[in-house]
Design a binder for this molecule. Structure first.
Ligand SMILES: Nc1ncnc2c1ncn2[C@@H]1O[C@H](COP(=O)(O)OP(=O)(O)OP(=O)(O)O)[C@@H](O)[C@H]1O
Ligand SMILES: [Mg+2]
Length: 656
């Protein structure tokens, strides 16, 4: 087969055709092609599309070099196992096991070797910038004059507009006979605009430079074209007017594409939460007051953009809370309600305020009486299971920075944000938090409810199991029915493993409770139940069978608090007791409580107070009291168990 320019052109232009480096906003199609490892982050391509001019030029250079190298070097196929988890579009995530089978590298020889007349050796091929069809056009002519062929290549025969840069030097070994005669230059190069000389290139720059592109505001305008580009004696073309910048209207996808700059600033605003910076909110802070409406927590941000059935905070709720419980109020120990019905501040499910903004599918479901649920069980659920505890902000959870960021990015944002385009993947609606007892799993579940502005229904696996399978299943069903009828709602199921039949008994068939749980997960988080998020927690993840495990689209490890987090938890708990340790004492205590969970740290402080006879004794707790308590309260989880959590996380966790 003889080589013709028709063959060469597609090969050489391939990078240009397949790598649109001029656009930094991926199309929906591109988003879907992202490797599954990027998971839900593919929803946020818009949040990363603002790149600086330097980054853009570096990218351009990098890809130009990379794709020009494709022509010379054998293609190394990325290992499939290199990709992360399988996708969990539509709310279900596959297993994380790597794909079986070896990965034979593709033994592709250099493309040049397969072409007749290929010249091997130094200077041949398209390696380096000279071979890059993207950059070649920017290189000075002399670079091409003496190429590997040692003589004038075919390129100079073609018009400058056809571009020697599009022909790799390796191809010029074709004999003249094999090549068709080059088309006349007039056909390849469009006629220059009137008044422009024959030496003018294809691209003419406006005298004033291009108007600043939206999204690249910091870039200086391109330098005025050099003299040869403008024929002397001609008036310079009128500079292009700057495109109108749309006023910021929403955080929507459209804003990001239509007016990049407006979109970018809004995106930043959404991510940074004003001037404080995005991660400011993860700093441990005093707990806040309950929301005005009791059952539903105020959402964490002011965004009005709500989709997927979750809503913004009620107007004024946060303001009221912060003004009422501002700086002067003493710190209060934030804790999950103690398990046991007698201590939990249960209240009847209050009437929810009507949604001020349209909520998509929520609007249809909201207020509908639950169907198919037992009236008595519903009464029980609404009176016993609705958690009316104080709202929990990200800052109320000490440490766990990476986990909090992952929860926010992969769960909260997708749920709050309307779908980017019709047919967008559904955000996950099930998350499993696993880790040692007292590590803060339930606390994080409550925090999620706060962030989503959702009603929190809190169930405890062990309590349901204690009611008997039939009664437990009835309650479970009623809880999900209540959640569906009062969206947005978070169903927090603690001690999830208690709902499953004990594996030690050799049971492999799901019990009545587990069957009900699976059915509820399917109906409660299915395609028609948009406003319900299920948070399962367990300290025995290995007890979950595969069927149950797979129902949870996200699985996050909640580790024990590290030293700084322990210090924060201790400080807050001790402040509640009126105890202020010196820095040295606190750091000694932090060292002495290695392996303690947040719950155990709370117990330690309570034990110290009890040992000192407080609160009857009117003196603050001292370091000595804490030392005495340390002899009685210790970490319950063993290093071996911690290892098993890490192992399980590696196998089935979503990572963060
Ligand atoms: N990171 C943390 N920051 C602040 N408080 C914490 C943290 N972790 C745990 N706590 C406190 O420890 C106590 C126990 O937390 P929580 O009930 O969330 O633990 P858990 O992981 O759900 O435990 P279990 O497995 O026993 O259900 C709560 O009072 C909680 O506020
Ligand atoms: Mg818990």
């Amino acid at each position: 087969m003889h080589w013709t320019p028709e063959h060469a052109q597609p090969l050489n232009q391939w990078p240009e055709q397949h790598l649109d480096v001029s656009s930094t906003t991926p199309s929906p199609a591109h988003k879907l092609e992202l490797p599954p490892g990027s998971r839900q982050r593919c929803h946020y391509a818009w949040a990363h599309d603002d790149i600086s001019a330097l980054t853009a030029s570096n990218l351009l250079k990098r890809y130009a070099e990379k794709y020009s190298g494709v022509l010379d070097s054998p293609y190394e196929r990325p290992a499939l196992g290199g990709y992360g988890d399988t996708s969990f579009f539509n709310g279900t995530k596959g297993d994380t096991e790597p794909w079986p089978g070896p990965e034979p590298p593709y033994p592709l020889a250099s493309l040049h070797e397969g072409l007749p007349g290929t010249k091997s050796g130094g200077g041949g091929g398209s390696a380096g910038l000279g071979g890059s069809p993207v950059l070649a056009g920017n290189l000075p002519e002399p670079l091409y004059a003496g190429n590997a062929c040692g003589g004038p290549s075919a390129a100079p025969d073609y018009a400058a507009g056809y571009g020697g840069g599009y022909l790799a030097p390796g191809y010029c070994a074709q004999t003249g006979a094999a090549l068709p005669p080059p088309p006349p230059a007039a056909l390849l190069q469009p006629a220059p605009p009137p008044g422009y000389g024959p030496s003018a290139p294809l691209y003419n720059y406006p005298a004033g430079g291009y108007a600043a592109q939206p999204g690249y505001g910091a870039l200086p305008p391109p330098a005025a074209p050099p003299a040869p580009y403008l024929p002397s004696g001609l008036p310079a073309p009128t500079p292009l007017p700057a495109p109108p910048r749309p006023a910021p209207t929403s955080y929507g996808f459209q804003a990001a594409t239509a007016g990049a700059e407006a979109g970018v600033s809004l995106k930043r605003k959404a991510a940074d939460e004003g001037a404080e910076g995005r991660y400011r909110k993860y700093v441990y802070e005093p707990s806040k007051a309950p929301a005005a409406d009791g059952a539903s927590y105020p959402a964490a941000d002011n965004g009005e953009c709500r989709g997927n059935g979750f809503r913004a905070k009620l107007p004024g709720a946060a303001e009221e809370a912060s003004s009422k419980y501002g700086g002067g109020v003493p710190l209060k120990v934030l804790g999950s309600p103690v398990y046991g019905s007698q201590l939990e501040p249960f209240e009847k499910l209050p009437e929810r305020a009507p949604a001020s903004a349209p909520r998509g599918s929520f609007a249809v479901l909201s207020g509908e009486p639950p169907k198919g649920a037992d009236a008595g069980a519903l009464e029980l659920v609404t009176s016993k299971m609705v958690d009316c505890g104080p709202p929990v902000q990200w800052a109320d959870v000490a440490g766990q920075g990476a986990l909090k960021a992952a929860l926010e990015e992969e769960l909260v944002w997708p749920l709050l944000r309307p779908p980017a385009y019709p047919g967008s993947p559904r955000p996950p609606r099930t998350v499993l938090l696993f880790g040692p007892r007292g590590a803060g799993k339930a606390l994080l579940g409550r925090c999620l409810a706060t962030q989503l502005g959702a009603t929190l229904l809190r169930l405890r696996g062990a309590s349901l199991a204690a009611q008997g399978a039939a009664e437990g299943a009835r309650l479970l069903q009623a809880a999900f029915a209540a959640a569906r009828s009062r969206p947005p709602a978070v169903v927090l199921i603690c001690e999830l493993d208690a709902l499953l039949p004990a594996r030690d008994d050799g049971a492999c068939a799901p019990g009545a409770l587990q069957s009900q749980l699976l059915a509820c997960l399917d109906s409660g988080c299915g395609a028609r139940a948009d406003g319900v998020l299920v948070v399962g927690t367990t300290s025995r993840p290995a007890a979950l069978d595969e069927v149950t495990r797979r129902r949870f689209a996200l699985r996050f490890y909640v580790a024990l608090p590290d030293s700084p987090a322990r210090g924060q938890i201790l400080q807050r708990a001790l402040a509640q007791q009126g105890c202020a340790l010196s820095e040295r004492e606190l750091s000694a205590l932090v060292q002495g409580t290695q392996g303690f969970s947040g719950g155990e740290l709370g117990q330690l402080c309570q034990q110290a107070a009890a040992g000192a006879g407080l609160p009857g004794l009117q003196r603050p707790l001292s370091y000595k009291d804490l030392e005495v308590a340390l002899a009685k309260v210790g970490p319950r989880v063993s290093p071996k168990e911690l290892d098993s959590f890490v192992e399980w996380d590696k196998m089935y966790g979503s990572g963060h």
